[in-house]
Design a protein around this ligand. Structure first.
Ligand SMILES: C[S@@+](CC[C@H](N)C(=O)[O-])C[C@H]1O[C@@H](n2cnc3c(N)ncnc32)[C@H](O)[C@@H]1O
Length: 310
C-alpha cells in the first residue's frame, strides 16, 4: 500500500517506439474506479510518514548499493521522484562524501526536502519525462515508487541510464510486497479483507497507468528492462519493513490516511460488507478503528532492482 493515488497530474506527450505497445492518448471510462487527480503537495506529510516507515529498509538498501559501487566511487547521487526527500536524506547518510540531489516535479515537496535536511540535500525541479536533461550526471541514481507514474517506464529507465557515469548504478525500488496491517481474521466482516482491498487497488492502479500520457504497456520484468536500458543487471534485493504491534501513533496516522484514501478511491467497487469494514477501520473514535486497535501492525517488503553502466 504505497502512496499512490489513481489519476494523473500532468499532460506529458512523449510517445516513443520500442519493444512495447502504445496506448494512444488517454483511455477514458475505466468503469467504476474513480480517477481522482493526484495532489502530491497535499500528500507531503503522508509521503514523509510512508518513507519514515521504510527508513531501515532504505538504509540497508543504500549500504548494499554502496558495497556494489565500491569505496569512494559515489560522488553524486540523484533521487528521482524524491517527494519530500526523506529517502534522499537517508542516502546522504549512507554516502556522506557525495553530493545528493532530490529530483521531483513538485517545488513544494523539494522545499520540504531542503528544509528537512538543513541544506545537506540539494534539489532539482524537473517535469519528467520532458526534463531528464536537467538531471546532470550521477554515480548512483535511486528512484522509488516514481517510475510507475510515467507513461513509458522503459523510456524512463533508458533516459536515467543515460545520466549514469561509467560504472554508475541505477537502483529502482518498485514492486515488493503490499503491506499487511491486521491479522487474517480481525473480527470485522469476512476474513480476506486485505487481499480483496489489494485486488481492487490493483485495478485502480492499472486504470491510473492507462490514463498516463504516452502510456505504454510493459511486462514489468525490471531486470530485463534495466538490460534493455543498456545496463548490466547487478542484483535484486528485497528489504523487510517490519513494525510489530503495538504501533506508534505516527504509523497509525499513516495507516488511517491510507485507508481513508482507499475509501475515497474504492468504496464504490467494494462489496457492502467490505465497505462497512473499511468504514469501521477509519472511524477515528471507535475501538474498531485503526487508530485504536491493539492488533494493528505494519509488515511489508521493498524490492530494489539494480543495474550498472558498463
Ligand atoms: C509515490 S511518490 C514517491 C516518493 C518517494 N520516492 C518515496 O518513495 O517515498 C511519487 C513522487 O513522484 C513524483 N512524480 C510523479 N510524477 C512525476 C513526473 N512526471 N515528474 C517528476 N516527478 C514526478 C511525485 O511528485 C511524487 O513526489
Amino acid at each position: 500500500m504505497s502512496a499512490h493515488g489513481y489519476g494523473q497530474q500532468h499532460q506529458h506527450g512523449q510517445q516513443q517506439d520500442g519493444q512495447h505497445r502504445h496506448v494512444q492518448g488517454h483511455v477514458q471510462g475505466h468503469g467504476h474506479v474513480p480517477a481522482a487527480d493526484l495532489d502530491w503537495d497535499a500528500l507531503a506529510a503522508h509521503l514523509e510518514r510512508e518513507a519514515d516507515l521504510r527508513a531501515g529498509a532504505v538504509t540497508a538498501a543504500g549500504q548494499w548499493l554502496s558495497g556494489l559501487a565500491g569505496e569512494g566511487a559515489v560522488r553524486r547521487v540523484l533521487d528521482v521522484g524524491a517527494g519530500p526527500g526523506v529517502i534522499a536524506g537517508l542516502l546522504a547518510e549512507v554516502f556522506p562524501a557525495a553530493e545528493v540531489v532530490a529530483v521531483d516535479q513538485s517545488a513544494a515537496l523539494l522545499e520540504r526536502a531542503r528544509a528537512r535536511s538543513g541544506g545537506r540535500v540539494g534539489t532539482q525541479q524537473a517535469d519528467l519525462p520532458e526534463e531528464f536533461d536537467k538531471l546532470g550526471e550521477a554515480d548512483l541514481i535511486w528512484s522509488g515508487n516514481a517510475i510507475h507514474h510515467l507513461g513509458d517506464q522503459q523510456a524512463a529507465l533508458t533516459a536515467l541510464a543515460g545520466r549514469l557515469r561509467p560504472g554508475g548504478l541505477l537502483a529502482v525500488a518498485e514492486s515488493g510486497l503490499p503491506p499487511r496491517f491486521l491479522p487474517r481474521d480481525f473480527g470485522l466482516g469476512r476474513p480476506g479483507f486485505q487481499a480483496r482491498l489489494d485486488a481492487a487497488h490493483e485495478d485502480g492502479f492499472a486504470a491510473m497507468r492507462a490514463e498516463l500520457p504516452g502510456t505504454t504497456e510493459e511486462i514489468e520484468d525490471w531486470p530485463a528492462m534495466l538490460r534493455r536500458a543498456g545496463l548490466v543487471p547487478s542484483g535484486t534485493r528485497t528489504f523487510l519493513v517490519d513494525h510489530p504491534a503495538p504501533l506508534a501513533p505516527s504509523v497509525r496516522e499513516y495507516l488511517h490516511t491510507q485507508l481513508v484514501r482507499r475509501h475515497d478511491q474504492l468504496a464504490e467497487v467494494l462489496g457492502p460488507e467490505d465497505r462497512a469494514t473499511l468504514e469501521a477501520l477509519i472511524d477515528r473514535d471507535g475501538g474498531t478503528g485503526i487508530l485504536r486497535r491493539g492488533d494493528a501492525f505494519y509488515l511489508s517488503a521493498m524490492t530494489v532492482h539494480s543495474g550498472r553502466r558498463g
